[in-house]
Design a protein around this ligand. Sequence first.
Ligand SMILES: Cc1cc2nc3c(=O)[nH]c(=O)nc-3n(C[C@H](O)[C@H](O)[C@H](O)COP(=O)(O)OP(=O)(O)OC[C@H]3O[C@@H](n4cnc5c(N)ncnc54)[C@H](O)[C@@H]3O)c2cc1C
Length: 377
Amino acid sequence: MTSRRDFLATVGAAALAGCAPAAKTSLPPGELLGMSQALGHRLRDGGFPAPSETRKTGVLIIGGGISGLSAAWKLAKASVDDFLVLEMEAEPGGNSRAGQSPLVSYPWGAHYLPLPTRESTLVRELLAELNVLQGDPAVEKPRYEERYLCATPQERVYRNGLWEEGLLPHRGLDAAEREQQHRFHLRMEEFKNAKGRDGRRAFAIPMELSSRDIEWRQLDQIPLSQWLNDNGFTAPSLHWLANYATRDDYGTAHTQTSAWAGLHYFACRNGEAANASADTVLTAPDGNAWLMRGLAASASGRIVSGALVWRIEEGKQSVAVDVLFGAKNRALRGAANHLGSTRLHSATRLACDAGRTQKRGTGRRLCTLADGQSAPC
Ligand SMILES: Cc1cc2nc3c(=O)[nH]c(=O)nc-3n(C[C@H](O)[C@H](O)[C@H](O)COP(=O)(O)OP(=O)(O)OC[C@H]3O[C@@H](n4cnc5c(N)ncnc54)[C@H](O)[C@@H]3O)c2cc1C
């Protein structure tokens, strides 16, 4: 016969087993991909060999991600062929690189491009060049190659054990919350068409072309969470969505992100197509790698991979860039006369201070070297 003590012990153990996390399952085979840790540590640790040779080129682009390759594409289109792209990894592409399984290719990071807005003239130009935009890139609603148009449904959210269509949770909400969601949607549609007193769209892509009107810019003074509450958007589902959006685009919570930046996420995408709805995105099995390859083609023969830039010395009229070539440990110095006056963007990360720091977001340098000669390294 089971004693009371034994019974309670058995029930307690069963209950505990039910609460306990499932036995640790091992991860599926694979590896974490991304920028090389070894190179990052190399930059941090310093101790680079003194440059053993100096080469010169007209323009030096540091980093072969989408930014650097866009600069190369633009230069090539302007018939400037005296440039080099220095990329520390074995291949260019940065966050838009892709992998290949025996069955299908897949993106490592960036995986879609929203339909370009009317202001995104260069993106439209590139897409036309790649035959993804068919016909005149300047028309209001261009036609896009069907293979790149992502058919709906595009997004789902997993909540309370169920998948729901779209990003905004909608099951089991009361009428008041549904009303707020509807009102938020209408407000964002309104913002997509809003213009400042300078005639510019309030939230444009490229961001640079957004209105400078103080009425809109002052939204930079408060966090998105406050803007939501001030405008009667208190529903938890809306705050969840706003927080998801700012973390996705900026890596910060909606309590830490400016209302202007947060609203830009929702109101900037108003590109249209003749053969797709406005919220469609362009994508492919390899994510954005097709875009990267299209850009890289214009820099063919001028992309130097395995080239780690570890020091940039900027003088009044000159720039010197020190580079380490991978396993060979071959050091190189590019002596420079001028900083290019054109404001092209190169990599987002530059190695500064003898490789002890890696700065993000400061990579806007166009280096015009010495006598303007091109010299593949
Ligand atoms: C997970 C994830 C998903 C994303 N999804 C999308 C998406 O779907 N659509 C979208 O439009 N955007 C997306 N983004 C954002 C997008 O990827 C970036 O905005 C874009 O890749 C930035 O391009 P970049 O060239 O500036 O930087 P990167 O792609 O990071 O490229 C920088 C390049 O510089 C090189 N480099 C760095 N330091 C050095 C050095 N010292 N010397 C030499 N080379 C160096 C790197 O190896 C790299 O190739 C996503 C971002 C992430 C993280």
